[in-house]
Design a protein around this ligand. Structure first.
Ligand code: RB5
Length: 151
């Protein structure tokens, strides 16, 4: 599995902690930046760079970090094919894989400490989609995205 890692300036420190963790556990990743604490980047672009790689099939899942995790998730969810979830707790990070087949986990660098954030990343990466009735609902999300369901 290859992870698309990306952040804005509000998420840099946490992204670096997650990057070090992925190195440690031997999970492949592409780091889309930012690459320095004083490098500013607007979070919609941080979302777009990683999400384009996921949609293109170059990466399997994304871990996206901004200050709150919210802005970057809003931007990510505008990219066709992306189901991004902003999570601050273990249960949500697990169930957004089981039930929503989320392909991007969004975290708040000013919200979470690295210890909890890494737990969320780990459960997000190891949990597989449950399918079944949840596949129908995920299909409905994608149908709304594609304008096939309008009312
Ligand atoms: C950047 O200062 C901050 O607005 C951004 O990281 C994020 O929190 C937006 O949702």
């Amino acid at each position: 599995m290859k992870i698309a890692l990306s952040c804005d300036h509000g998420g840099f420190e946490l992204k670096e902690a997650i990057r070090a963790h992925l190195e440690e556990i031997g999970v492949e990743y592409h780091d889309f930046g930012t690459y320095a604490a004083d490098e500013a980047r607007d979070y919609p672009y941080a979302a777009l760079y990683a999400c384009n790689a996921i949609v293109a099939g170059e990466c399997d899942r994304g871990v996206l970090v901004c200050g709150t995790g919210i802005g970057i998730s809003m931007a990510a969810n505008k990219v066709k094919g992306i189901r991004a979830a902003c999570c601050s707790d273990y249960f949500s990070a697990k169930y957004t894989r089981l039930h929503n087949d989320a392909n991007a986990l969004c975290l708040g660098g000013r919200v979470l400490g690295p210890g909890l954030a890494i737990e969320l990343v780990d459960v997000f990466l190891k949990t597989e989609f449950e399918g079944g009735r949840h596949a129908r609902r995920v299909g409905q999300i994608m149908d709304i995205q594609d304008g096939k369901i309008t009312e």
